[in-house]
Design a protein around this ligand. Structure first.
Ligand code: A2P
Length: 306
């Protein structure tokens, strides 16, 4: 198996005390059809900052929303994953993108709107934004990225890094297999779907699977989740997972990793995990706390959940 060597990255060139100012060049809804979940692709021009050529796909940027909270303190920075490849959006090193969902929630009959996400979603081309970073040193493609196969699991805006990683892998000749498994509630929430469908038409070694959770049910009555593809699409996935140069990446909802790890155990794919404690015969019955203590990702599994 090829050695997994992660590239050296620079961290926090800009900090909350010393942020960079970048300009919005594009802010577009990224779902193909109209959806109550508003998700936008936002591109920044980082020209003139020290961020140019110093951000790798898989890293995140901090955003400092202006204004103060109800206690009069400056808003905290929020991290957003980069969704453009290391070479920049459309190969332009001075352009970087991110993928943002407007956070709108009702809790105890009160409406809450996420400060940073709604600030970003409202921005227009030409507006300035204060950013920090880059951050993240582990959720990266290896230096020898094209020596590996990949299974990418994404829920919702967890798709962001995979958009850039897929662009990066297929920029040059790549002849291993790359599978993207994307989960969202409704078909109207598919993100960057035109791009991924086009890629799967163009490259037989790129596979795009979607798990729509709230439309249909699986035969046993359970929801279609990203991890259920391990069972439902085992003909495609098992041979890829069995190769020793396959890596798993997981990005999105906190908790999604548990279902994936349990299914990997059910399929005896232990090489993607580190088992810290003896497991019961039926791991599905383990509660989250106990499972987390017992099972960790191995060096072949990368996880970024929030
Ligand atoms: P659901 O909410 O129907 O249970 P979004 O971020 O756009 O809301 O999408 C998140 C997707 O991840 C939804 O389809 C959601 O399904 C699904 N999801 C929720 N919990 C889990 C989990 N534990 N494992 C995998 N997928 C999950």
């Amino acid at each position: 198996m090829s050695e997994i060597k992660l590239p050296e990255v620079e961290l926090n060139i800009y900090t909350p005390k010393n942020p960079a100012e970048v300009k919005v060049v594009e802010n577009e809804i990224v779902t193909r059809e109209s959806s109550p979940n508003i998700i936008r692709h936002i591109t920044f021009d980082i020209s003139g900052t020290d961020l140019v050529n110093r951000i790798r796909i898989g890293q995140a940027l901090g955003v400092l929303p202006p204004g103060k909270d109800e206690r009069g303190r400056a808003h905290k920075l929020r991290l957003y994953s980069i969704s453009s490849p290391t070479a920049g959006e459309n190969g332009q090193p001075h352009l970087i993108s991110t993928t943002v969902k407007r956070v709108i929630e009702e809790f105890n009959d009160k409406l809450y709107t996420g400060v940073a996400s709604n600030y970003l979603a409202d921005l227009k081309p030409g507006d300035s934004v204060k950013v920090t970073g880059p951050s993240g040193r582990r959720f990266l493609l290896p230096e020898n990225a094209r020596d590996f196969n990949y299974i990418f699991f994404a829920t919702g805006t967890g798709i962001a890094p995979f958009r850039g990683m897929i662009q990066e892998l297929f920029e040059e000749k790549y002849d291993h297999d790359c599978v993207l498994i994307f989960g969202c509630p409704y078909r109207t929430d598919l993100l960057y779907a035109d791009y991924f469908e086009e890629m799967s038409q163009k490259y037989p070694n790129f596979h795009y699977l979607v798990s729509i959770s709230r439309e249909d049910r699986r035969e046993d009555g359970s929801k279609y989740y990203v991890q259920t593809q391990l069972e439902d699409e085992s003909e495609l996935l098992q041979p890829i997972l069995a190769r020793e140069n396959t890596l798993i990446y997981i990005c999105g909802l906190k908790g999604m990793e548990e279902g994936i790890y349990k299914e990997l155990i059910n399929q005896e794919l232990y090489e993607y995990l580190e088992i810290k404690k003896k497991l019961p015969g039926d791991v599905n019955s383990m509660d989250s706390k106990e499972f987390k203590r017992s099972v960790k990702p191995s060096p072949r599994t990368f996880e970024e959940v929030y």
